[in-house]
Design a protein around this ligand. Structure first.
Ligand SMILES: [Zn+2]
Length: 403
């Protein structure tokens, strides 16, 4: 942001936002680190901290510095002061969490959709119920600053209309409007693609932390991709970029829920893993992998077949995007230890340079990448204007002396 011509209030809000963002991402921090990070002088940083303390968003802590010199008092985010509602909507379940300022999960619920209850209206009704149930547990003096939800499908921005979610069977579902009405929230409701949100979270707090170029794969029933290039999420002309699950890899393959034949997800998604290994409809990928590791020949052979298809798609992505890190999210993280060698062999046997560079990683956030990415999307209003978001009436309360 250019601050040329900005008013003192705008400069102050910009500096408060920078401080809030740093504390949210890094947790407990010394004043000296904040001075170094912002490039502002000590007394200015002291004034900004006082503003955040006054609205209850941060508290001061004991000195955290070590070594010689003056001890530097620390500050930390107050997680009970502001929170978001985060939702990871999947084909068979919804995972819902309250996430406090600073990124800590304050409470969570997992709700499985029963067979025969997966029609759109039934899913929306169950989702609203589980959200209301969890919201009733929110800390009493906390301010709810946003709602974020990840869905396995194409999402139109900025209105959060789900254009097409083939594995849910949804076409043009106004999900953001629906949640706003059902939950009666006045804060923004952000709907995002599940893999895009997974990429954001793994980059901020997970196994791709700080990497400028990241491919995050979310493997559930379907397979999606969240792609970060030079530090920015790849969106495409209309925001629908990154649908790597619908790369066509096998012209002799199965029909896909999208209408095409031989899409990558039909070879590596959960149903494909079950079909290749002779598993029942309900066996989890983790259980299939455990069988293979215990020596079950059918499971081993099936996972090797799937591994071949995983390697083909991963090699294509590595060659096109040259990522620093490629994260195997969702159920793919269970498969990674068994197929890693196959993927590395294919990478070694083709264009050498990008394949030598890439790190193949499991998500450090485990099964929660999309959930925590949804939380990050929902925190945007707070991080843009921290004082205004939690204490609107205090805007302009202090003279603009801290800029
Ligand atoms: Zn497809």
């Amino acid at each position: 942001m250019s601050l040329a011509g900005a008013t003192q209030d705008e400069v102050r809000r910009h500096n408060l936002a920078a401080l809030a963002r740093f504390l949210h991402d890094h947790g407990s921090t010394s004043r000296s680190e904040l001075v170094n990070h912002t490039g502002l002088n000590r007394s200015t940083v002291g004034g900004l901290i006082a503003d955040l303390v006054a609205v209850g968003l941060v508290r001061e802590t004991e000195p955290v510095g070590r070594g010689v010199g003056r001890p530097s008092y620390g500050v930390e985010p107050v997680r009970e002061r502001a929170y978001v509602l985060a939702i990871d909507l999947r084909v068979d379940r919804a995972i819902v969490a309250l996430v406090g300022f600073g990124g800590e999960v304050l409470g969570r619920r997992e709700h499985r959709f029963r067979k025969g209850q997966q029609r759109e209206e039934r899913i929306l009704a169950q989702l609203a119920d589980v959200c209301r149930d969890l919201l009733a547990e929110a800390p009493r003096r906390a301010v709810q600053v946003g709602v974020g939800i990840g869905v396995p499908g194409l999402v139109r921005q900025p209105d959060g209309l789900v254009r097409f979610a083939p594995n849910l069977g949804w076409v043009d579902v106004p999900l953001a409007d629906h949640l706003r009405d059902e939950l009666q929230v006045t804060t923004p409701v952000v709907v995002g693609n599940d893999s895009d949100l997974g990429a954001i979270a793994e980059r901020l707090r997970g196994s791709a932390m700080g990497a400028a170029n990241v491919v995050y794969l979310s493997g559930q029933v379907g397979v999606g991709g969240g792609i970060v290039i030079d530090g920015a999420l790849l969106k495409g002309a209309q925001g629908y970029g990154g649908e790597v699950g619908h790369m066509r890899v096998n012209p002799q393959g199965r029909e896909c829920r999208c209408g095409a034949t031989g899409c990558w997800e039909t070879e590596i998604g959960e149903p494909a893993v079950r079909a290749a290994t002779g598993a029942s409809d309900t066996e989890s990928v983790a259980s299939i992998v455990a069988r293979a590791e215990a020596g079950d020949a059918r499971a081993r052979q099936g996972l090797e077949e799937v591994g071949g298809w995983i390697a083909i798609g991963v090699a294509n992505l590595v060659h096109i995007f040259n990522p620093d890190v490629l994260v195997f999210g969702g159920a793919l993280r269970e498969v990674l230890p068994l197929v890693r060698q196959q993927v590395e062999d294919v990478l070694t046997g083709s264009l050498p340079a990008p394949g030598e560079h890439v790190i193949l990683a499991a998500p450090a956030l485990g099964d929660d990448s999309t959930l925590l990415g949804a939380a990050e999307a929902a925190f945007a209003p707070l991080l843009d204007d921290p004082v205004g978001a939690v204490a609107p009436s205090s805007k302009g309360r202090r003279p603009a002396v801290t800029a």
